[in-house]
Design a protein around this ligand. Structure first.
Ligand code: ATP
Ligand code: MG
Length: 419
């Protein structure tokens, strides 16, 4: 039988079996952000399409082919489901004057939308946790971003990961390099694939990012951007790397790392996992000093990163997630006992316990089975006899011992175990 309705291709449900992983992750993220002094910002999922085209760049994968853009049928506005978080975050800061005489350290978590070919770790709706530090020149904050992410991976116990770094210089330095690179690629046009030829003039740096085997020699032998950098850019890069070394953070320089969005300059980095054989980037970021001005603000530097939450969760060993074993399960037989159960549940919840009452009205045995399935710590069993005596039966689901407890002593009795 085919289902009448299905979710949209590339957009997944997070089912109850997976949600503990998400909740565990979100809690750690909230504490982690506070530890580093970042404040949360929440922006709408929809923005005006032009905001993304101008800032992300017309010749990028995202703007060329990945945006969910549409015209609002009611007022004809051109809108786009946000494909990333940085631009919307800056738009919100400018609109609300958060950058006036002030720096900001902000974070967000939420869904992003890109019309890509769905595969493992690549979805059309996916989640990013992102961080933006606005108004700071670096390279100190650039280094803190790296140590901050590394600390998170250490908390998660990630192995087989690598930090790749590169510098993209300033926009002027990059444009000098760009013309030399175009000339070089023109001389090697026979070797370029279709994507390479298409990007030759629109986004030549991205050509170097090609995964195509037959283009690897051309890419490796291409002129290097670093040779076109001035004193300031080189010193920014060198200082960044020096701090990383002082912090004992190992890195790999990848001169072909250019990032998918146009707005980056100077420091760029990616955290790559080798868990599944082929490398997969699960967190990426960089500096974007011209972006705030591009969006109409006073010139101010900025740097940020975003991690792909689905990719991070795939890497997470579920063994580190604490099992929820603080549930108290209320079991009863008969109408009066059900009412008494409601009263007991209410009392326990006011006292701070997590309580689930079985409303399926089956035998005590099958109610106990359900309690076990849900990993309950204690069952409160209520029968007509107990009600008359103002008592309940408490079953310790670990030891399987049962005790008869006065109703007004129940909270104290349970508190003892949950201290
Ligand atoms: P890729 O080269 O894999 O397409 P990207 O450069 O487009 O990545 P960014 O824009 O830097 O990705 O986004 C930051 C992170 O968000 C990525 O490193 C990745 O972990 C995650 N991410 C990006 N696109 C997707 C997607 N379609 N599905 C799931 N996660 C994604
Ligand atoms: Mg992409």
């Amino acid at each position: 039988m085919s289902l009448k309705y299905q979710s949209i291709k590339g957009m997944k449900d997070v089912l109850p079996s997976e949600s503990p992983k998400w909740i565990f992750f979100e809690k750690i993220i909230v504490d982690w952000m506070r530890k580093y002094g970042y404040e949360q910002i929440r922006t709408p999922i929809l923005e005006n399409t032009n905001l993304f085209i101008r800032s992300i760049g017309e010749a990028t994968d995202i703007v060329e082919k990945e945006m969910y853009s549409f015209v609002d049928s009611l007022n004809k506005d051109a809108l786009t489901l946000r494909p990333e978080g940085t631009v919307a975050c800056l738009r919100a800061c400018l609109e609300n004057n958060l950058l006036y005489n002030s720096t900001q350290r902000l974070w967000y978590m939420g869904p992003m939308f890109r019309h890509e070919k769905p595969q493992k770790g690549r979805y059309r709706q996916f989640t990013q946790v992102g961080v933006e530090a606005l108004g700071l020149e670096g390279p100190d904050i650039d280094a803190e971003m790296i140590s901050m992410t590394k600390e998170l991976w250490d908390q998660f116990g990630f192995k087989n990961i690598e930090l790749q770094v590169n510098t993209l210089g300033t926009i002027v330095e990059r444009s000098n390099y760009r013309s030399v690179l175009i000339k070089y690629l023109e001389d090697n046009i026979d070797v370029l694939d279709e994507d390479g030829r298409r990007r030759l003039y629109s986004n030549p740096l991205r050509v170097l990012d090609s995964k195509n085997e037959s283009m690897q020699d051309v890419c490796n032998n291409a002129p290097k951007l670093i040779e076109f950098l001035g004193k300031d850019s080189l010193s920014h890069y060198q200082k960044w790397l020096n701090i990383l070394e002082k912090l004992n953070i190992s890195y790999v320089e990848n001169t072909r790392l250019v990032r998918g969005l146009d707005y980056y300059n100077n420091s760029v980095f990616e955290w790559v996992s080798y868990d599944s054989g082929s490398p997969l980037t699960f967190c990426a970021g960089g500096r974007y000093n011209g972006l705030i001005e591009e969006l109409g603000g006073e010139p101010k530097p900025g740097i940020g990163f975003a991690m792909g939450v689905e990719r991070v969760l795939d890497m997470l060993d579920t063994k580190i997630i604490p099992k929820n074993s603080d549930l108290i399960y209320i079991i009863h037989l008969g109408e009066k006992a059900t009412e008494c159960g409601l009263l007991v549940s209410q009392k326990l919840r006011y006292a701070g316990f997590n309580v689930k009452q079985d409303f399926e009205h089956t035998s005590i045995k099958s109610q106990l089975k359900r309690a076990d399935k849900q990993n309950a710590r204690f069952c409160i069993i209520i029968g007509e006899n107990e009600i008359l005596l103002n008592k309940v039966k408490v079953k310790d689901m670990h030891s399987r011992n049962e005790s008869i407890i006065d109703l007004d002593k129940l909270v104290d009795f349970l508190m003892f175990y949950f201290k």
